[in-house]
Design a protein around this ligand. Structure first.
Ligand SMILES: O=C(O)CCC(=O)c1ccccc1C(=O)O
Ligand SMILES: [Mg+2]
Length: 367
């Protein structure tokens, strides 16, 4: 397999309603959709999931664009790629920039699956035909969060993740628990706490949370291991995990019991799968995280979730949760908290070219 061109689109869409965390209010989403085109004209599609500002990780839409165009594409252009598992080896000279790497790598997986006439899920080794969806609540007050939770539970979601930070945490979790005693409820702090907040975190420990995601610093693994010894709620690492080595370190320090895998944050599907395998060997739970993404990345998340052993519902909602109209067709739908896995080849969905054009703010073909 030989990549001749990459067709890049920067797209922009408004969220139906703002997604609120203590770090950022996301109201407008930009992203990069790219098509990799091989020497026979076959096309694979990928998405760079970085945001416009570096509030979640250091990458941005602009850094991804630069990396893809000026650094990463030249490394794979006209190279003989024998399997999508090898793409990351071409990127070895480049430190970091996982989301930019993942955008190209996932597109090559899609292309590969299409060339093999198989689904992306099956080339990854996934067997599940139906996956569990999970919803995320990012709201500015207890009342709004309760309202959103209500609506999502009514829709059939069995797992809800709620964004928390000091000041919007204990009462929020207490209220949701009171209203939904049996709900699979988890909290994501996006690094809003420090070890000085241990008493507050011990209060949260009493609400039977499925897990607490990234309570401490975005680049920490050591302090999470101190915290995990003090609380019974399993810690899940998100921001701290960029590679399999980060997971090895977290395992050896007992820093967490759960890993949130985001394909973009770890540099692609090959690394994501290796992390999944390591977690299975060591008895850690894994699930697939979300990035308020467009349909291409979401389709990859669905495919990854088909691996056996990923039983915790991921941050995977329907296309119409955030968007009036997604860029894939058909849109991803959730029914009774579940997503039926597409049996179409590749990522399982087609790009909606008309919609892609509508939301493109810039495009370029690299040769
Ligand atoms: O994609 C979603 O539905 C939201 C998932 C989410 O919580 C999130 C969204 C953007 C950036 C970081 C995170 C996170 O998991 O911390
Ligand atoms: Mg998170």
């Amino acid at each position: 397999m030989n990549i001749k061109h990459i067709h890049l689109h920067i797209i922009q869409m408004k969220l139906k309603s703002p997604f609120i965390t203590h770090l950022e209010h996301v109201t407008d989403r930009k992203g990069i959709i790219l098509k990799v085109i091989d020497d026979e004209g076959n096309i694979g599609v990928g998405e760079a999931v970085a945001f416009t500002t570096p509030w979640y990780t250091e990458e941005t839409v602009q850094t991804c664009y630069h990396m893809i165009k000026d650094i990463l594409f030249p490394l794979i252009r006209q190279q003989n790629i024998s399997s999508p598992e090898n793409v990351s080896t071409f990127f070895l000279p480049v430190r970091g920039n996982q989301m930019a790497k993942a955008a190209i790598e996932t597109a090559i997986w899609d292309l590969w699956a299409k060339r093999e006439n198989k689904t992306l899920a099956s080339v990854l080794g996934g067997k599940k035909k139906v996956i569990e969806a999970g919803a995320v609540v990012g709201a500015s007050s207890v009342e709004k969060a309760l309202e959103q939770t209500n609506r999502l539970v009514e829709k059939g979601f069995k797992r809800i993740k709620v964004k928390i930070h000091p000041g919007l945490d204990i009462e929020l979790v207490e209220q949701i628990r009171k209203n939904f005693p049996d709900l699979l409820l988890m909290a994501d702090a996006n690094s809003a706490y420090s070890l000085a907040d241990i008493e507050r975190l011990k209060v949260l420990d009493e609400y039977d949370l499925l897990m607490i995601e990234q309570p401490l610093a975005f680049d920490d693994i050591v302090q999470h291991s101190y915290l995990q010894k003090e609380i019974k709620t399993p810690i899940c690492l998100d921001e701290s995990i960029h590679s399999i080595r980060d997971v090895e370190n977290a395992i050896s320090l007992s820093s967490c019991q759960v890993i949130n895998i985001k394909i973009g944050r770890v540099g692609g599907l090959n690394e994501a799968k290796k992390i999944y395998q390591l977690c299975m060997q060591h008895g850690l739970d894994v699930w697939v995280g979300g990035m308020i993404e467009f349909g291409v990345s979401r389709a990859c998340n669905v495919a990854l979730s088909t691996l056996e052993g990923i039983h915790i519902p991921g941050d995977i909602m329907s296309s119409n949760h955030y968007w009036e109209e997604d860029i894939i067709e058909p849109g991803i739908t959730v029914s009774n908290g579940q997503i039926r896995v597409s049996d179409e080849i590749g990522m399982g969905y087609q790009l909606n070219e008309k919609r892609l054009q509508q939301v493109s703010v810039f495009e370029e073909i690299l040769s």
